[in-house]
Design a protein around this ligand. Structure first.
Ligand SMILES: [Zn+2]
Length: 323
């Protein structure tokens, strides 16, 4: 893997430059120190299933146990896959299941808007801060390019480790202003990747799973923070929102453990304090396949129509933690 320190110039990156992101909005209510703030962050790309419900229920229990606040954030950045009808269904299904939130797109709150499509200026400011700090490089590789450049066949669910193809490209020829993105040669718009510190161990203490360690450049590579369709990638939007909304603990599925390591690098680069993390085991179907939105039979909607009650569903997963 090449490690040309192009935009960084070999110096330690400058933290905290550019527009800052504050957890307390101007004129907003300041939270008492250490007050627990958790979040539910569903994406309206399909009907929620039992696995989502279990993770969200855990998030709610943890907030309730600690006398905290739970917010609902609608992660609706993917214009192609997110649909208004799924957004309506998402809120209905969660309420039916017994979830309650104190801030959200339907109830408002001091950190509005609670839908990501309304928060683009915050993401753009964070992107500019990272770019000015020399943490990013533009990348024009397609997913196919990345797979082709790998030394060994890619295995596993997590995205392949980026082979470093565009690491040496300087960011200066690219211009990003508003929605107009082009380079002097008229090439395709690039995506922007975070250059990870190769070999560094990223460690954190998970609230459920205990000590976790990932090695940058080995367990995950340079990851996209800004997509070539001019949207922030999940990692960036998530970090910016969790910080801006004052989240103190992130409860989510264990499929995001490696994403947490990536996100910790973003917190550090942006000069933000990271929340605590609690990763829940993933739910599988009777054949051991992880639940996904395509498992219509286990959608909350279908279960409700079959006459299942939320207390019954919760009792069932208490007896059998992964089924
Ligand atoms: Zn590339």
């Amino acid at each position: 893997m090449s490690a040309a320190p192009s935009a960084r110039g070999g110096d330690a990156p400058v933290l905290g430059v550019g527009p800052s992101i504050h957890s307390i909005p101007p004129g907003g209510q300041e939270c008492p120190p250490h007050a627990y703030r958790g979040r539910l962050a569903p994406s309206p790309t399909g009907y929620l299933h039992l696995g989502h419900a279990r993770t969200f229920w855990t998030a709610q229990e943890r907030a309730t146990e600690q006398g905290g606040v739970l917010i609902l954030r609608n992660e609706d950045l993917d214009r192609q896959r997110c649909k208004p009808e799924f957004m309506t269904a998402m809120l209905e299904d969660l309420r039916w299941f017994g979830c309650e939130w104190q801030e959200g797109p339907d109830v408002g709150g001091p950190h509005a808007p609670y839908k990501q499509s309304g928060r683009m200026p915050l993401y753009r400011a964070a992107f500019e801060q990272l770019r000015a700090g020399g943490f990013l490089f533009p990348c024009t590789c397609s997913r196919q390019d990345v797979l082709r450049a790998l030394q060994a066949p890619h295995q596993g669910e997590d995205e392949p480790v980026y082979p470093g193809t565009c690491r040496a490209v300087t960011g200066d020829k690219w211009q990003v202003t508003g929605d107009v993105r082009a380079d002097a040669g008229g090439d395709l718009s690039p995506s922007w990747r975070f250059r990870v510190p190769d070999g560094r161990a990223i460690t954190f203490l998970d609230g459920l799973l205990g000590p976790q360690s990932f090695t940058a450049g080995k367990d995950f590579g340079d990851f996209i923070v800004w997509r070539n369709d001019d949207l922030p990638a999940y990692q960036l939007a998530c970090v910016v929102d969790d910080a801006a909304m004052g989240i103190t603990e992130v409860v989510r599925g264990a499929d995001l453990l490696a994403s947490t390591a990536r996100q910790l690098l973003l917190y550090e680069a942006l000069g933000l304090v990271a929340p605590a993390f609690f990763h829940c085991p993933l739910m599988t179907d009777e054949r051991g396949v992880r639940l996904a939105k395509r498992h219509d039979a286990l959608s909350l909607r279908a279960l409700r129509q079959r006459g299942c009650s939320p207390p019954e569903l919760r009792a069932a997963w208490r007896q059998s933690p992964t089924a």
